[in-house]
Design a protein around this ligand. Structure first.
Ligand code: PRP
Length: 216
């Protein structure tokens, strides 16, 4: 039997995913060692491999088949737009992609003004303004702390993730429009889905059952 390989977006997402995996009997003891510098972890018994990657790289590993299965946020899936199958909503890491800014920017949005939009998610921002709202905007790519942009005058609004809303509130910004709902997802390589159909289906089925039980 060949190894099935999982790419997990490192951080909270990976930790929560491993908890759900444990509930369906998929464990990886090696991964629990906090001091390890190892990058790849193996469960010999089940012939599974796990590795942690930067979230935005997970769809790349899965598209190219370096990982059969990926666990990553929907934000990253939409932004990367890779050829892969999204097979399951894990139901955690729930948040929203929103257009945010000072209240004064609401009018600029309503009037379809030519505004400046800062975001880490330029594809999602472009898609929203051009294809959904039919509003011509200037998009500015940032890599983090995006809330700074409207405060220091780099942009009129931002497109960013809102979870609790604390970051916005503490910086005098509001949600002006909602773009889409986000959460952690399971993605599968398109060839693996055919070649390892049975094993993958069993895992996805198990995960779905655990999630449904949690939500019930
Ligand atoms: C994310 C997001 C917001 C914040 C939202 O940033 O970009 O800044 O969390 O969470 P809240 O609504 O609960 O305040 P992250 O911490 O991932 O860092 P970043 O600045 O690098 O994007």
């Amino acid at each position: 039997m060949r190894y099935l390989t999982f790419a997990l977006a490192k951080g909270r997402l990976a930790k929560n995913a491993m908890k759900i995996f444990e509930e369906i009997g998929i464990e990886c003891q090696e991964m629990k060692d906090k001091d390890t510098r190892k990058l790849i972890f193996v469960n010999e018994e089940l012939k599974l491999k796990f590795f942690l990657a930067k979230a935005s790289d997970v769809p790349t590993y899965v598209e190219h088949g370096a990982a059969d299965i990926g666990i990553v946020g929907r934000d990253t899936i939409l932004e990367e737009n890779r050829k892969l199958y999204e097979v399951l909503d894990l139901g955690f890491g729930k948040c929203k992609m929103c257009v945010c800014g000072p209240e004064s920017a609401r009018e600029l949005l309503n009037n379809h003004s030519m505004i400046r939009v800062a975001s880490k998610y330029t594809k999602i921002a472009k898609d929203y303004f051009y294809n959904k709202k039919h509003q011509t905007v200037e998009i500015i790519k940032l890599n983090g702390s995006v809330e700074l942009a409207p405060i220091v005058g780099l942009s009129d609004v931002i497109v960013d993730i809102v979870e609790t809303g604390t970051t916005l509130k503490e910086n005098g910004l509001s949600v002006l429009e909602e773009v889409c709902d986000l959460s952690a997802r399971v993605v599968v390589n398109q060839v693996s889905m055919k070649m390892e159909d049975e094993r993958i289906r069993e895992i996805v089925h198990g995960l779905r059952k655990v999630i449904n039980e949690k939500q019930a």
